[in-house]
Design a protein around this ligand. Structure first.
Ligand SMILES: N[C@H](CCC[C@H](N)C(=O)O)C(=O)O
Length: 264
């Protein structure tokens, strides 16, 4: 089977995208692993299919490189950029993803502003947080994150009994001056560190808000810079951390690297 694909990177999180609106291909786990394989395939952290949707501009199907599915924040930003270049939208869009409908907007210089779904629940164990932003995220605040053993420590948490059977993504966050954090992420389903993780930096920004950060939080990742804007509405007593994060936006660049055909 010959397939035309688009290779995108969104702050270094990289993806193969296929316009699947007409052909409606389906892929086995083995085929997804092969497409994403860094030597035997195109190479990517994940594969995305853009499909028709009954009422929204498109349906987005995301697969991690191991074939598992979840919401991908950076991938959604890349898909919006591709959909725009395919003439499927004009600046703004509503599309469907793993966790439901999302709005997004194309800003100048290839920046994509993605609206995330509200977050009502955050939990804290010791000094660590767990927040699901459409995909599950464990967040640990550390010193000197650039020297931190992200894969070794991330794997331990990801496979720990606490997260069995589904597992979790794991974010290590260093607090910097000027309302900025530096985030490195071990990604479930890629089973390695990625250069950035969109849902992960959103979870890390919300955890930073619970430690006093204001919106927008500026985020450094190994793959580039992002920002996360949000509103927090408290519920219950003012001392509690109970409340809802809403109007959450993940903002950052997404770029076409190349396009081509692959034999599967
Ligand atoms: N690995 C994640 C999904 C992709 C998340 C990441 N690439 C992003 O940009 O949100 C999971 O299985 O939950």
């Amino acid at each position: 089977m010959k397939l035309h694909f688009f290779k995108y990177q969104a702050t270094g999180n990289d993806f193969v995208l296929i316009d699947n609106r007409s052909a409606r291909h389906t892929f086995t786990t083995e085929q997804i692993e092969k497409i994403c394989h860094r030597k035997f395939g195109v190479g990517a952290d994940g594969l995305m299919l853009i499909e028709k949707h009954a009422s929204l501009d498109f349906n987005l199907v995301y697969y991690n490189s191991d074939g598992s599915q979840s919401l991908c924040g950076n991938g959604s930003r890349a898909a919006v950029s591709l959909a725009a270049s395919l003439g499927m939208l004009n600046g703004k869009t509503q599309f469907n993803a793993y966790d439901g409908a999302h709005a997004a907007e194309l800003l100048p210089a290839g920046i994509v502003k993605l609206k995330m779904n509200d977050v009502q629940k955050t939990s804290k164990t010791g000094d660590d947080y767990f927040i699901n932003t459409g995909s599950p995220h464990h967040i640990r605040f550390v010193q000197n994150v650039s020297q931190y053993p992200v894969v070794e420590e991330g794997r331990k948490i990801r496979y720990s009994d606490a997260y069995k059977p589904a597992g979790t993504n794991v974010n290590f966050v260093e607090i910097l001056p000027d309302n900025t954090i530096f985030v490195r992420t071990y990604e479930r389903g890629v089973e390695d560190e990625t250069l950035s993780c969109g849902t992960g930096v959103v979870a890390s920004a919300l955890a930073s808000a619970l430690k006093g950060f204001s919106s927008p939080v500026k985020i450094k990742t190994l793959g580039g810079d992002l920002s996360v804007a949000f509103t927090f509405s408290r519920s219950g007593s003012s001392v509690s951390q109970e409340g809802t994060f809403h109007d959450i936006f993940l903002i950052g660049p997404a770029k076409l690297v190349f396009e081509g055909d692959l034999e599967l």
